[in-house]
Design a binder for this molecule. Sequence first.
Ligand SMILES: O=C(O)CCC(=O)C(=O)O
Ligand SMILES: [Fe+2]
Length: 269
Amino acid sequence: MNLDFVNLSDYPLDKPESSEYRSLVMTLRKGLAATGLINLENFLTPEGVEVFREEVYARAPDAYYSVHGAQAYFDKFPGQLPSNVLGSETHCMGHHQLQDTAMDALYRWKPTRQFIAAITDNPEVFLHEDPTNALVVQMYKPGCWTGWHFDRAIFTTIINLGEPAGGGVFECAPDIRTEDDPHYDDVREVLLNQSDRTQRYEMKSGSLTLMLGRYSIHRVTTVEPGTDRISLVLKYETQPGVFISEADRKLIYGPSAPGPENPSLVATN
Ligand SMILES: O=C(O)CCC(=O)C(=O)O
Ligand SMILES: [Fe+2]
């Protein structure tokens, strides 16, 4: 892990015993618990952003372009919903395409995992084990978007690597549902663009966003002509051995995307 890529002056991940680290983690933990979403600006150094972007563009021809529909929660949604706000259109690269990159080194780095565990108030977090879905680059070329959805994992870590010239805004209604209550009425208001809970975040390159994605409905609006929006999604889990289903893997990462070496491992999403 190249320490020049992380802004260790503002985020001293390498000094977990220091009082600066402890007070930073305390503040971020409280912020995440209170608001459902925190954004750490300038988490990467400019050099880190540059190197990560080079890695993304070197691999971009192999990204899998897909347009697909709504996710699990909406299968059970009562009543009619506007279909044009669900689903996604992106160019996606999975972990199998990002091996031996600086992005992968940051994902696996123990201090990153300790930092995320501390902020999310977990004793430890584990790497997602699916060979495709653990570390993901979402490229939003002009016209691309991700519709309203909830994530499967409790929390999601996103590093922004490119701001679009227009559009590509991250919108989120944090903490809108709970594990036991889907809050369909509140969610319907969001989907119909009638909710005062929806917030807009213009993420800056190099920022790290941590969000309680399982309970916070979110989307990325359509990117307008100009520059691409790029996000790097780091999937951490509160238990080991998490995979996605073969059907989801093929849908998101393409028909030739590799599955687990041991085919008896079953999906846990
Ligand atoms: O691309 C983004 O910023 C958000 C991606 C997202 O919501 C997801 O991967 O679940
Ligand atoms: Fe998401």
